[in-house]
Each structure stands twice: as C-alpha cells, then as structure tokens.
Ligand binder design. Structure first.
Ligand code: FAD
Ligand code: SF4
Length: 508
C-alpha cells in the first residue's frame, strides 16, 4: 500500500476528523501522511484580530502535536499560499491519493472542487463537512429561494430530526420557545462570573511572538488567555455548564458596561475551529436540564443558539452565496465612521462595545446586533464595509458566519431573506436592556436637540426615509404607525439633526 495524504484545514481541528479516519481505514496509520498549511496569503488577505490569529495558529500547532503523539506522521507548513504548501507536501511525501473534508467557506470549497486535483495531480476524496448538523440533515432540501425560511420552523425541524429536548414528540417543558422569559435586564448588583483563562504555553508564546513581529492585524495580544486545545475548550465548556448556563436564558439579551461576557458561553471561537462539536454541546446541555442543574428556559435558549441559529446561519450562507456579497437592499452607501477603529466616540454604548471588540475580539450577540449593526443600519453604512470591520475584529469571525449575520440579520441588506424584519431600535431599547445610558453625555429620552441620543434621531430619520418600504412589512407595522404621532416640526428636526450628525461623523 502506498502513502495516503490527508489535508486538514485550519478550522477543522476535529478530534475525529473524517478524512483522517477514512485514510486510516483504507491505508493503515503507518501509511497516512497528514498536512496542515498555514497560508500567508489567506491570513494576510485583510486585517484580522491578532488574538484570532494566535488562537488559530496555536490551535493548529497543538492539534499537529497531538496527532504526532497519537502516532501520525504530520507535516506542518508555513507557505505563501495553500497551493505552495500542497506542492511542497507532494514533493516531500509523494502520496498516491489525498483525502480532505469540504471547507465551510465558499472560496475554500471551490478551491477543493476546481483547483486541488490539478495542483496535486493525484486522486482526491472530498468528504462532507461534519462540523454542522445541517450537513447531515437539511430540513428544506428542495428550498425555493423565492420563499423565506423562518428560523423558528427550521429549528423545530432540527429538534425533531435530532430528537433534542423532546418528550413523546412534544417539546420538553411544553413550549418550543422560551424567548418571553429570556429578555430580562440585569439586576443592578448581580454577581457576574469570570470566564476561565488559559495561560500561554511555549507553543502559544512562539505564535504570539510571530504575530507581533509580523506587525499587521488589529487589536492587542496583551493577556492572551484563550483555549488552544480541545482539552482546554472542554474545560471552558464545563465552566459554562456549571457557572453560567443556569442564568444564560434570563439574561441573554442583557448588556452592561461592568462586564463583558455576562452569562454567555464564549464557545463560538472553539466551535468554529472544530475544537468542540455542536452535538456534544447540545447533549451536555440537555443532561444539565435532566439533572436539574439548569432551568428549561436557559437550556432551550442555549440549544436554540446552537441547533437553531448557528445551523440556520450556515444553511443560509450556502443558500445565498455568492450573490449575498452584492446585496444592499437599503441602498446604504456611507463609509464606516473612523471611531469604529479607535472607539473614540462620546456615544457611551458604542464606545464600550467597540473598545471591547478592539481589545479582546469579543462582544456578545446583542451588542453586535442591537448596538453595532443597529447603528450601522440606521446610519446607512455600506454593508460590505460593516462586514469587513466585523471580519477584522472578532476571534470567532469566518465568512460563513459573518455574511448572513452582518448582511442578513444585522443590516437586513439581503432583502429580508435571513431575518424577516430589520432589527432597528431607538435608545429606548438600549436603555431598557443595559446600563450604558446612565454614563452617557447624550440623553436617551430626547429625540432631537443638542444632547439628544443619536440613536433616536437616526431611528426616526430612518423610518421617515424608508416609510413606504417599512409599511409594506407586516412585522414592522407598530414602529411605522408611530410616525403618525410625529408632528411636522418633529419630522423636520430629526431629519436635519440626522443629516448634520452624519455629515460631521462620516462626512456625508
Ligand atoms: P452564546 O450567546 O453563548 O451562544 C452560544 C452559541 O450559539 C455561540 O457560541 C454560537 O456558536 C451560537 N450562535 C448563537 N447565535 C448565532 C448566530 N447568529 N450565528 C451563528 N452562531 C450563533 N458568531 C460567530 O461565531 N462568528 C461571527 O463572526 C459572528 N458574527 C456576528 C455578527 C453579527 C452582526 C451578529 C448579529 C452575530 C454574529 N455572530 C457570530 C453570532 C453570535 O453573536 C456569536 O456567535 C456569539 O455572540 C458568540 O458568543 P458566545 O459564544 O458567548 O455565544
Ligand atoms: Fe448609547 Fe444613546 Fe444610551 Fe448614549 S444615550 S449610551 S448613545 S443609546
């Protein structure tokens, strides 16, 4: 039996990688040659958060080490491109065939489908991606792209198929959805748990030095503390189950300037790299409910994020690619304000949220959706400029998750395919769900005037500019109907102030 190559992509660090298993079953472990490539072109394509780069490269190197300890022959290459790495591997190892698993992103997958065979010149086996449950079961296999798929129904189909939180075919606890119980603001003096920190070892320190020396990217590497192995990611998950899951549901939409992660899991970076897998997370959460360690609203709320939103977003990405990148249904053309790059704004919510993104590469969902994207949608910022900023700033950012979340859910630029209504809100929502407004120079109650909150006049300005389109959306009726109570003088004032603000902050 000749040698058999296995190319493992950097975000496929699965404990049981299907390509490795298939190659081993066919050729025997002694004939398997594993390849991991760190491509300079891929990671230098645009700025990324330095913590994300260290996480990715350190996790890849630890993964390679772990495979070596398990007896595999592993080649880890740092090359200008993937093609260069693959050619070098072919020259050095001379495998007779190559196994690999389908990339989660469009460009990676088209490279595997259309260029890989020519580059390596040997037979290729491209296996389905197992990092997503929707790759095993598609609830809408004959989907008509002209029809909307609502996340809630998608999620129920997934629960039924994978038999999650069901009792005799009915939802555990009697409801499919506990959202009504899950919108609580945070009590003022509530103790908030810290998340576990993992000190860098020699491998991580080496990567930190390399990323620092390279000099590109955004954000700081001070106090790098992310999990870089499966073992550490599992420890991070256990900590979540024990200390945060019970309160996850009630406070999942809450925001506070006194704590960054509240009761969120901070597992997305590890799930997106393959260090953790969705079904093991879901089953452990179900077991926590069965053991009486967490209430149903928290467990269902968490399962909904993984089995519902995460899978739905990945499904939407493949439904909408590649056209989604061109979508701009609100015809938004403005560039991002410069304060997105330095957090230098008097708007307290935006200041804190952007400062956290730059500092740590993390914001929780509501900060991403209802502060950052809400502002960008109301201010008419060009969707791909917003997408590129998000891609640059988050430790969990990958194209498959970013495009449908930013262009679809956050900016509604895809014409309502991902989310049936634009998520827009005035300062009232931000004040209700968080404590930023108390420390802000602006007044969250005022619609216009010198200290009026910009979210307010931008919100009303947006309703006025897009009144006709918004009226046609049944889910937005009440917001637009509110316009009836806006006197002419108020209309003129909010529009003028929005115009002035946008000219001063953005230049147009
Ligand atoms: P938790 O609140 O603890 O949720 C648990 C898990 O559910 C997350 O780890 C994640 O895997 C999954 N999840 C929940 N919502 C989503 C969603 N909408 N899409 C995909 N997975 C979801 N998530 C990313 O992984 N990478 C991104 O680059 C990213 N960008 C986003 C941009 C915008 C504008 C928005 C609105 C959302 C984005 N999300 C992204 C989704 C979500 O905000 C993050 O997954 C979540 O905040 C990560 O923190 P957590 O692990 O503490 O999540
Ligand atoms: Fe943000 Fe407006 Fe509240 Fe200030 S007043 S924190 S800008 S919502």
């Amino acid at each position: 039996m000749g040698k058999t190559g296995v190319w493992i992509l950097g975000d496929q660090l699965l404990a049981n990688h299907p390509a490795l298993q298939a190659a081993e079953a066919e050729a025997g472990q002694e004939n398997v040659r594993v390849l991991l490539v760190q491509s300079a072109a891929r990671t230098g394509k645009q700025p990324y958060h330095r913590r994300k780069l260290v996480l990715l490269f350190s996790a890849m190197r630890h993964y390679a080490e772990n495979l070596r300890e398990r007896g595999y022959d592993v080649t880890y290459l740092k090359t200008p491109t993937f093609a260069a790495g693959l050619r070098q591997f072919m020259r050095e190892q001379q495998p007779e065939r190559l196994f690999t698993m389908a990339a989660s992103e469009w460009n990676g997958r088209s490279f595997q489908q259309h260029q890989l065979a020519q580059i390596v010149g040997i037979p290729i086996t491209l296996l389905p991606n197992t990092q997503f449950l929707v790759s095993q079961f598609d609830p809408y296999p004959n989907h008509n792209p002209d029809k909307n798929v609502i996340m809630e129904y998608f999620y129920r189909e997934m629960r039924r198929h994978f038999d999650v939180l069901l009792e005799n075919g009915q939802p555990t606890g009697g409801e499919w959805n506990y959202d009504k119980e899950n919108r609580k603001p945070l009590p003022k003096n509530m103790q908030l748990p810290d998340i576990p920190r993992f000190a860098p070892d020699a491998i991580t320190q080496e990567v930190i030095d390399e990323v620092e020396a390279a000099g590109h990217g955004v954000g700081s590497l001070a106090d790098f503390d992310l999990a870089v192995t499966r073992q550490q990611a599992l420890a991070a998950f256990d900590d979540f189950l024990q200390y945060r899951l019970p309160n996850f549901g009630a406070y999942e939409d809450a925001m506070t300037q006194r704590h960054q992660t509240l009761f969120h899991s901070v597992l997305s970076p590890y799930l997106n790299l393959g260090l953790l897998e969705p079904m093991e997370i879901i089953q452990a959460a179900e077991m926590a409910y069965a053991a009486g360690d967490a209430p149903i609203n928290s467990v269902e709320g968490f399962v909904r994020q993984i089995l519902g939103w995460r899978e739905y977003i990945y499904w939407q990405y493949w439904q909408q690619m590649p056209e989604i990148v061109e979508k701009n249904s609100w015809n938004a053309k403005r560039p991002l304000p410069t304060f997105f790059w330095d957090a230098n704004t008097e708007m307290n919510c935006l200041h804190h949220v952007i400062e956290r993104a730059i500092g740590t590469g993390y914001n929780h969902h509501i900060e991403r959706l209802m502060v950052l994207c809400n502002f960008c949608l109301l201010a008419g910022i060009e969707p791909m400029a917003v997408n590129d900023w998000f891609l640059a700033h988050y430790i969990d950012a990958y194209e498959w998750v970013m495009l449908p979340n930013v262009l679809g859910m956050g900016l509604n630029a895809d014409g309502g395919v991902t989310a049936t209504k634009p998520y827009i809100a005035s300062a009232n929502y931000i004040n209700k769900m968080g404590d930023y407004c108390g420390g802000c120079r602006f007044n969250h109650k005022l619609r216009h005037g010198e200290i009026a909150c910009p979210f307010n006049f931008l919100y009303w300005n947006f309703l006025l500019q897009h009144e006709e389109t918004l009226r046609a959306n049944p889910r937005l009726g009440p917001n637009v109907l509110g316009l009836r109570y806006l006197a002419d003088a108020e209309r003129t004032a909010v529009c003028q102030q929005a115009k002035q603000f946008l000219a001063e902050e953005i230049g147009r």
